[in-house]
Design a protein around this ligand. Sequence first.
Ligand code: TXA
Ligand code: MG
Length: 321
Amino acid sequence: MSRILGPGEVPVAREALLNGELVAFPTETVYGLGADARNPAAIRKVFAAKGRPSSHPLIVHIGHLDQLGEWAEPGTPHLDTLAAAFWPGPLTVIVRHGGRVGDEVTGGQDTVGIRMPAHPLARELLGSDLALVGPSANRFGHVSPTAAEHVQAELGDRIPYILDGGRSAVGLESTIVDLSSGSPRILRPGMISGQAVAEVLAGSIGSGQVAGSPRTPGSMASHYAPRAQVRQVPSGQLDQLVAEGAATAVLAMKPAPSGYEGLWETLPATAADYAHGLYAALRRLDAGAGTILVQQPPQTDEWEAVRDRLDRASASREVKQ
Ligand code: TXA
Ligand code: MG
């Protein structure tokens, strides 16, 4: 079991990180598996603990804008504008590093992902000097953790410390914007929408991978998947399937009908509140179910990140490695 550190024990966490140990830490998106981003041996422990292929690049978390020059090539277009608008917060930028960053972090690419998280304990932990790699603190391919106990269940037998900062407020991983190649593109949707990014940049923004985009291995289908099969169904069909007794686990935006005896999780019908609760609900449903039926969320823009994660969770398991 990992030792759980309370809010008063940030100095213990810092000390461990500076000694090359792993510490899971809270962010407003999901919990990260932290290691000193300047320590290659510590970073290799991250890949071992997660069971993650070493070719998958890691995000560098910083606490202060003064640290940018250590990681990003100077003069990156749009970087200052996005940092001023969204940091600290749930946005990651992909920028050229100009030879500053080691292959352990970048997976051998000439770009690096950088984010300044907003969670108060993450900020205290980072200060203005520490830089931490921080993939989500789950085993490779599993659902990201949004509470310390999720990390304990995923990695408790593999890492010495978990810094407990309560439930992650946002609940989905950060929006990733590529600033490394031509015009900005959204590589992973998050709760900061493409539209919000475009407004700040006073222009339009692309999305998805194009030829020449940096590899974003976490964006492969079936990456954020529970063990159970996830099947999305339109509201009308859900009622019918439940009435027929076909469902043993359901994720919906309404309560279970009377008489239903399987697992049922109800999430709020607003995108931000739904996102906040999604991964914890999937975890609870995953514990006892072969198939999870999910009531399809609305098709509007504000639900894009939620739809993206549900689509990945329900993608064919054959794609997963
Ligand atoms: O919200 C978040 O971003 C969380 C918290 C802990 O900060 N972190 C997170 O890290 O989601 P991770 O490693 O689970 O996902 C990072 C994604 C991966 O899909 C990775 O491939 C992509 O970012 N990525 C990282 N560096 C990249 C780079 N240089 N080029 C392209 N994609 C990159
Ligand atoms: Mg992840």
